[in-house]
Design a protein around this ligand. Sequence first.
Ligand code: ZN
Length: 199
Amino acid sequence: MEEKNIVYQNNKIIPESIFEEAKTALSFYPELKDVEIEFRYKEDIKKSFMQAQPRFSNLFKGKKNRSYFIYISSRFLIEEEEFSMAEVPSEVLIGWLGHELGHIMDYREKSAMGLVIFGLRYVTSENYIKEAERAADTYAVHSGMGDYILATKDFILNHSHLSDHYKERISRLYLSPEEILVLVNKLEEDLENVEKDGR
Ligand SMILES: [Zn+2]
């Protein structure tokens, strides 16, 4: 997507279309004022809508000199329904960005080797994913973003046609927006398979 970027706080690069939302989310994290973060659209993010990660080229230059990316997909799927960025309400977007900034808070505490190991575990261990997602949400909630985080989760749940029974189960669990999205899409797949087998 060709779009103008805005430089904010001298060290944040933010696409114009999400500037206001990013600015609001950042206002909850004064600790990140001196941290370089680039928000960037990316075409295909695996099974997700956003993704925070350290910039590899300066990963080993010490905790203070690290910088980070928050990748954002211009669209995402909830069950078979595709949403474009423009359809996502502001508060949902703020909540989602706040969750990603929570990941960066968590990454800041880790050593470079710790982050490499983290990256490897994240892709191989479900428990590790849960732990990392919980840490990100916890940072966001402690920073005062609880209502935004809930708005993000509600958005996903209200746009899926799963039974109330499933929705209730999902919303009772303490899960991040990504985890809920993965679960919703997986449950949908499972339901389809059950229907096929029953035929
Ligand atoms: Zn996450």
